[in-house]
Design a protein around this ligand. Structure first.
Ligand code: PHE
Ligand code: NA
Length: 508
């Protein structure tokens, strides 16, 4: 992003940049694993409800906040929130809300990257494995291949550090515009290649077990299981909507702050939602889960955070030219993850620059150091414990992806709907937009339905987590595996530490 306030060159360029930032590993890595973890058909119902009740309203809200802040020369969510909250509140109360949200967003962005950059590293590593035939023989199962990948530092750590170094390099040289231009070429390739994989997936026979097939896999996602609905999956579904649309991190606001003051919001935002959801539900959903179901069966589908990496190689193993296509697919994923990581990295540098006057190059190095520090435990866990549980990573992802993002969304809805006020908000969002939001949008959705749904979700899912023993000092789910206890506790300690640092950072 440019240092002095520039504006987006072309409409199509803006939409592609927003889509490039939204479409990432959330779609291809996180979505399938969340669907599987939450019982397939029981996940998709709250998923679509969350898209309509939370995702779409908040995407408009975030674009609007961003364009508004940009008009006053601000690119970070804390300042924007302050400006809008001040309409109703005095200076100091508005500043507190601004600082609170600034703290959450800073922490979320740092914590997400404690694992996001690692998964991005996995895609690069798997591209390399594909090319060199690392998983081609059938001597080892793909789950074993994955296990040995993450337990082998010369693969897992190396590709992670390469990824981080490439990010730091791109951001300190300010060449991310060039990379984004390149990513625009890769994005259509992602769609084309996704389609090829879908066709290949759906025509798979059942080489392992006649009861397993891609169609059963589709059925697993698409037959609604009303009886299995529960609050934890509902929170997970809401969290996934936030994660995948890049909501609740201040990133949309930051991008939108470069809009001209009367440039279209509603149509552009809707288009990026559509592009992202297509890539997620159609491409992401039709590839990994049916493949997993065909080769690994219902139990294999529940392989946790490694799901996509365990499922996909099965198909490349039996494809002609599988080494090449596998390498290409993981490389495309790498680019998708890399551009999303650039957006987050750049945001952290901007915060350091705007709030603490840290020069850009130094900011890039500071963030690099931060990433290594917070990401190291999850990289080391499989190496030290010799397991593939990845409890540290899963724990962070659960807190950040499911709790924190949604809390930020709640604050945003309250600030815009109640403090900025629906009249101003509506005028602001509709000015220059090709489509207009209807009158009821702020009065009904942003003021009531969106925040109330989030509040209800948070209350009931937290209660259900408590009942399950999730909040105990030694949480119930690790009671039986004592060697993993320190990793869970470590993740929670890290979470608290980063929140405190985030608070200190925004307080100044
Ligand atoms: N939306 C991205 C994904 O689905 C993740 C992301 C979040 C990227 C926030 C940028 C900002 O992978
Ligand atoms: Na996404």
């Amino acid at each position: 992003m440019p240092e002095n306030r520039e504006n987006w060159g072309t409409k199509i360029g803006l939409i592609l940049d927003m889509a490039g930032n939204a479409i990432g590993l959330g779609n291809f890595w996180r979505f399938p694993y969340q669907v599987a973890k939450n019982g397939g058909g029981a996940f998709m119902l709250p998923y679509f409800a969350a898209l309509l009740l939370l995702g779409i309203p908040l995407i408009y809200v975030e674009w609007m906040q961003g364009r508004y802040g940009g008009k006053y020369g601000h690119g970070t969510i804390g300042c924007m929130t302050y400006l809008q909250a001040k309409e109703k509140l005095g200076h100091s109360s508005a500043a507190i809300i601004g600082a609170l949200i600034g703290m959450l967003v800073f922490s979320v962005t740092v914590l997400v990257n404690a694992y996001y950059t690692q998964i991005t590293g996995w895609t690069l590593g798997y591209s390399y494995l594909s090319l060199t035939g690392g998983y081609m023989g059938t001597a080892r199962s793909t789950a074993e291949v994955f296990g040995s990948y993450i337990q082998n530092p010369s693969l897992s750590i190396t590709f992670w550090v390469i990824t981080l170094a490439l990010l730091a390099f791109a951001l300190s040289r300010g060449v991310q515009k060039g990379i984004e231009a390149w990513a625009k070429v890769m994005m259509p390739l992602l769609y084309v290649f996704g389609f090829i994989l879908i066709i290949r997936t759906l025509t798979l026979g059942s080489p392992v077990n006649p009861d397993w097939s891609p169609i059963k896999g589709l059925d697993y996602i698409w037959s609604p299981k009303w009886s299995e609905l529960n609050w934890q999956s509902a929170l997970a579904a809401a969290g996934q909507i936030f994660f995948t649309l890049s909501l609740g991190m201040g990133i949309i606001q930051n991008y939108a702050s470069y809009l001209k003051p009367d440039e279209d919001i509603v149509l552009s935002a809707t288009t990026t939602v559509f592009l992202n959801e297509f890539a997620e539900v159609i491409l992401g959903g039709t590839i990994a889960i049916p493949i997993a179901y065909t080769f690994l069966g219902p139990e294999g589908v529940a392989s946790g955070v490694g799901l996509s990496f365990i499922a996909l190689p099965n198909v490349f193993r039996m494809m002609t030219g599988g080494q090449f296509f596998g390498a290409l697919w993981f490389l495309v994923l790498f680019v998708a993850g890399f551009t999303s990581a650039i957006a987050m990295y750049n945001y952290l540098i901007t915060i350091l620059q705007e709030d603490l006057n840290v020069p850009r190059k130094i900011g890039a190095v500071v963030v690099f150091g931060f990433y290594i520090l917070v990401g190291l435990p999850s990289a080391l866990e499989p190496i030290l414990t010799r397991t593939s549980e990845l409890i540290f990573l899963t724990e962070l992802d659960n807190w950040v992806g499911n709790y924190f993002l949604v809390i930020v969304g709640l604050i945003e809805a309250v600030v815009v709907g109640w403090l900025f006020g629906e009249k101003k908000a509506k005028e602001e969002i509709n000015r220059g937009s090709y489509w207009k939001v209807p009158s009821g949008f702020f009065n009904v959705m942003v003021k009531f339905i969106t925040p109330l749904s989030i509040a209800v979700l948070l209350i009931f899912s937290t209660k259900s987590y408590i009942d399950d023993g999730y909040f105990k000092w030694i949480p119930s789910f690790v009671e039986k595996t004592p060697e993993l206890i320190p990793w869970v506790q470590g993740a929670r300690l890290l979470l608290l530490t980063i929140l405190i640092i985030g608070f200190a950072e925004t307080y100044y």
